[in-house]
Each structure stands twice: as C-alpha cells, then as structure tokens.
Design a protein around this ligand. Structure first.
Ligand SMILES: Nc1ncnc2c1ncn2[C@@H]1O[C@H](COP(=O)(O)OP(=O)(O)OP(=O)(O)O)[C@@H](O)[C@H]1O
Ligand SMILES: [Mg+2]
Length: 470
C-alpha cells in the first residue's frame, strides 16, 4: 500500500486547499485594486532599495549538473553460446528472435545488440529475470566470457582487442570482481585472501599485508586477519570478497548477485555498507541483481534486461515514473513509490522569488504582478530566508518596517534527496509550498502540495498490445 489512510486524507485536504487557492486567483483583479488603494496610503515613502524594479525576474540556481564521463561504452554487443555462432548471427541480423535461433541452430543468444554507457563513479545495477543475460553482460566486461560481436571500451581501452598479456594486466589493475559464492581460497587466512591480487602482481609480502590490513579495516573486519574463511559468517565472507576486490584499487568493481546468498538483514546491512564505501571511494560499480528493492536502493541508474537485450536504462525515478513497457512495469508492481521517489522529481521552479533586501512596496507589487499569494524570500547568495505573504507585507508597511519583518522564517524545508515518504510527513503539517534547498541552503525549487498525489499514485499502465509480454 503506497500511503496510509490518514496521510491520504490529508493529501485530499491539501488538494482542496489548492483548489481554493485557484479560486482565489479569480478574485485577483479586485484584490489588486484594493491593494493599490492601500499602498497609495504610503505614497511618498520610496522603497529603501529600488535596485530590484517590480516584475524583474530573479534568476534561480538550477540543481548543479554534475559532469558526466563514461567509463564503459558498449556498442552492438552480442554473445551467442554454441557451436554455430555465425549462423545464429545471420539469423539475428535477419530479425529472428532468441527462440527461433535456438530451434534452428541449437545456439543460445545470451546478449543481443547491446548499447550501453556506464558513467564513471556510478553504481550501475543490471537487473532482469533469470536467464535474461545479466551475468553474461557482466562477464563480457572482463572477458571471462568472450563476446561474439560488438565493442567494449573500458577506460579508453578497446578490451576485445587486448592480447593475453595485456588482458591479464587489465584484469589485475582495472577491474575487481565480487562473486555470489564469495570465491575465497579456503586454506588461506583472511588477510592472505585479501592480499591475493597484490601477490599475483608481485608485491612484496610486507607491503601487500599492509594494504590488505587497510582494506580489512575499511570493511570492518579488523581482528580477523588470521582467521580461515570457514570460521566466518556469510556476511563476513562477502566483506573479505569486497576487501579483496578493492585491494588492487581497481577503477571498476563488478558484483554479480554479490549479496544474494546472504539472509535479508545481513543483506540489507551489506547494501548500506556498499553505499558508504562507494561514497568514500567513488569507484564505478556494476552490480547485477534480480532483486528490485536492492536495485532501487543501490542503483544510481538501472538497466533492465530481457532476453539478452536492454529494455530500459534510467535512474530509479525515471524507471518508476515512466516504465518502458509492460515487462518493466511488471517488475515495479507492489513498489511503494513514496519510498523511492525524491523531492527532485516533484519540485518546480519557484514562481516568485523575492530578494530580502527588496523594499516592501516593490515586493508587494511583485506578488500582485505574478498573481501569487506567497513569495519565497532569499538573501543575496540566493539562500532561502523564509516565505512572505501579501497581508504580512501590508502590516510591515503600516509600521514602516523593512521586508524582513514580514518574512516567516520558521518554514520546513527539504533537499532534492528527501524521499517523498518524508515529504508527506511534512506536507500534512503545513499549509505552505515546501522550499527545496541544496546543501548550501540555496533555494533550487518548490513543491506545491497539489502536485504530490499524482506522482505517487501508481498509474494504470497501458501498454501497446504488441509489446505485451507473451
Ligand atoms: N556457458 C553457457 N553456455 C550456454 N548457454 C549459456 C551459458 N551461459 C549462459 N547461457 C545462456 O545465456 C542466457 C543468459 O544467461 P545469464 O547467465 O547471463 O543469465 P542471468 O540473467 O545472469 O540469469 P540468473 O539470474 O539466473 O543468473 C541464458 O539463456 C543462459 O541459458
Ligand atoms: Mg546470473
């Protein structure tokens, strides 16, 4: 259930408020006339700062766009398992599907014509049903599986063209892999398991142990250096796996169902730790999972695979708000959107932003000119100061007080990352639009209460009949 009943009732009440606000707008000309009359009572007292003439737009900072750099670029990637890959490829080119290729050639299409760009520093989750090609895709990235067609550029290296020696070097330096079944060496101590990758690189014992020690501390396993893997729980084993993958300081971590063997509580805490580690180390992580909750928790972006193809790539929010087809939508059934959607997807540009140092009369005129009841007040650095209402400005004018005295500064605010779940708790307690501030307190958007309900109610998903899953 996406919302509890009382929250839903409150939301309906907010919708009513927003309706009455719209009615309010119909009376705007009358109000304006009355207001002009009231303001004229203060004629001859110029605003203290005329540098913001009425009606001037005030540029608001947009959410800062991070620089995007791809670390992995995949083009036309196809993998056919079986003895007749060329015949299978020809059939694929002629438009045959996976089943037809299997029936006619006995070959299995693992991946079909995949184009994908993975960004430096992101956690990229690959998900899909069993057999959809997730592991095959991941293993093509370090050539544990050799692709049949296509190109894979990793950190500028065309990895399909590497010879054996360069491939070995590439695997040892650029890529770390964490497996579902941990893949630890049973007769080696924890620290020597972690140091393994450094050992094959030829690093001297002291040096590699010191590095392994550092990694063990990073994953919270200090004190277990000399234990054997058999003495560890599943969660601890996977921490060793993670420490081992990180020890060689690879640019990219490949993780195939790395937490699927763990029980739910340990799994959840490993997910949290991965997020923490990722914040610290900013490695690119390609994470395979068939679990939607895990994908939504971990993924900066998610690719959804079906029958060897990528059917959709996007942020969790993009996929939730706009599933590409019925197959994707079927993954999303039962998901509580308010737990995933963030304020960033709901916020709008503030309709009226008033600089704090503006005179009250000018501010009042701006409110009227823009048909707004409430304005957002910011300081010279565009940091949010509070909300201002026309009647409060009038009261300030009566006392010849500056605009700052009309500002209500005890307003609940959110950040772009605030989950809608937490926003709702704020909405039910307030009548105002909610300002969205970045970490520096700069106003970057506003959430109008009426717009929230539509976003979190799962839409009836109408798929094109031809696209409906068989
Ligand atoms: N070594 C192989 N030989 C033949 N077919 C294979 C081989 N490995 C994978 N396949 C086939 O390729 C397709 C994709 O398999 P893959 O293991 O990538 O799926 P997956 O999405 O990882 O599934 P799961 O969630 O079960 O791990 C499947 O149809 C599978 O049967
Ligand atoms: Mg798999």
């Amino acid at each position: 259930m996406p919302l509890n009943t009382s929250a839903a009732k409150d939301m309906l009440a907010r919708l009513e408020t927003s309706l009455s606000r719209q009615l309010d707008h119909l009376f705007m000309p009358v109000r304006r006339w009355v207001r002009e009359f009231q303001v004229s009572a203060y004629a001859g007292q110029p605003d203290e700062d005329p540098s913001y003439p009425a009606g001037t737009g005030y540029e608001i900072a947009s959410p800062e766009g991070e620089e995007v750099e791809d670390i992995i670029s995949i083009r036309g990637l196809t993998k056919v398992f079986g003895s007749r890959p060329q015949a299978a490829m020809r059939m694929l080119e002629e438009g045959a599907d996976k089943q037809e290729v299997l029936e006619r050639t006995g070959s299995v299409v693992g991946l079909k014509d995949i184009d994908l760009d993975i960004r430096k520093g992101e956690i990229f989750v690959v998900m899909g049903l069993s057999g959809s090609g997730k592991s095959t895709l991941l293993r093509c990235l370090n050539r544990l599986i050799e692709a049949t067609e296509g190109s894979i550029i990793v950190n500028g290296i065309d990895i399909r063209k590497l010879d054996d020696k360069d491939l070995l070097n590439f695997r040892r330096t650029q890529i770390g892999m964490v497996f579902q079944n941990f893949g630890l060496l049973p007769h080696r101590s924890v620290i020597d398991n972690v140091a393994y990758g450094l050992e094959v690189r030829g690093m001297p014992l002291e040096e590699r142990r010191a590095k392994a020690q550092e990694m063990l501390e990073l994953v919270g396993l200090k004190g277990y250096e000399s234990a054997l893997p058999s003495a560890l729980s599943g969660g601890m084993k996977q921490r060793v796996g993670l420490a081992r993958a990180l020890a060689t300081d690879p640019a990219i971590l490949l993780m195939d169902e790395a937490f699927s063997a763990l029980d739910p509580i340990i799994r959840r805490s490993m997910q949290d730790e991965l997020i923490e580690l990722h914040d610290k180390l900013r490695k690119t992580v390609v994470f395979v999972s068939h679990d939607l909750d895990e994908a939504l928790r971990l993924g900066d972006r998610i690719a959804i695979m079906r029958d060897g193809q990528v059917v959709q790539v996007g942020t969790p929010e993009e996929i939730l708000s706009n599933p590409a087809d019925e197959y994707v939508a079927s993954f999303l059934n039962g998901i509580d959107r308010s737990k995933v959607l963030t304020c960033e997807s709901l916020m709008k540009r503030p309709e009226l932003v008033i600089p704090l140092k503006m005179g009250p009369r000018t501010a009042l005129k701006m409110l009227d000119d823009s048909d707004q009841v409430i304005g957002m007040v910011v300081d010279k650095d565009r940091r949010f100061v509070g909300l201002v209402k026309a009647e409060d400005i009038l009261r300030a004018l009566e006392r010849s007080a500056p605009l700052s005295e009309a500002v209500n500064d005890s307003i609940r605010t959110v950040t772009p990352d605030t989950k809608v779940e937490d926003l709702i708790a704020i909405l039910v307690e307030t009548d105002y639009p909610i300002p969205v501030l970045n970490d520096a307190g700069v106003l970057i958007g506003v959430i109008y209460p009426g717009s929230v309900m539509d976003k979190i109610r799962p839409d009836e998903f109408v798929a094109d009949k031809e696209e409906v899953m068989a």
